[in-house]
Design a protein around this ligand. Sequence first.
Ligand SMILES: Cc1cc2nc3c(=O)[nH]c(=O)nc-3n(C[C@H](O)[C@H](O)[C@H](O)COP(=O)(O)O)c2cc1C
Length: 124
Amino acid sequence: MNTLIISDSPRKEGNTETLLSFLEKELINHSISANFISLSGKNIKHCLHCDKCNEINSCIQDDDFNNIYKSVLRNKGLIIGSPVYVGAPTSLIMALIQRMTYVSFNNNETLSKKIGGLLAVAGE
Ligand SMILES: Cc1cc2nc3c(=O)[nH]c(=O)nc-3n(C[C@H](O)[C@H](O)[C@H](O)COP(=O)(O)O)c2cc1C
């Protein structure tokens, strides 16, 4: 099985990436291949609710969303790690999740058979 790990922290080699790297090693120990994407420095705008993703299975906005969405589609598993910002995931990962969910919803639920996992990283 192929798994995509997304780190949502803006900090390279911060707590989220460190914990996700332990998780990545465990996946590999269990013969599950892992691909890693960091959202640090990525440009992900908010959903416009334009519904133009309907039937094209992608977003019309020109940013980093489509490449990440294509990687998610290529992998069976998806693990997202986010630092906790004021009791919630960061706004960047929420923009990604909201757009992925909406594109999937508008295209026969492309994400419905994925296996997901979440990691919340709080404190210092
Ligand atoms: C804007 C902001 C808000 C935060 N809010 C919380 C919070 O509500 N609760 C908490 O326990 N930690 C909070 N933190 C601390 C981070 O969640 C914590 O330092 C985390 O380990 C950072 O992960 P990173 O090193 O991968 O960036 C906040 C940090 C920032 C920058």
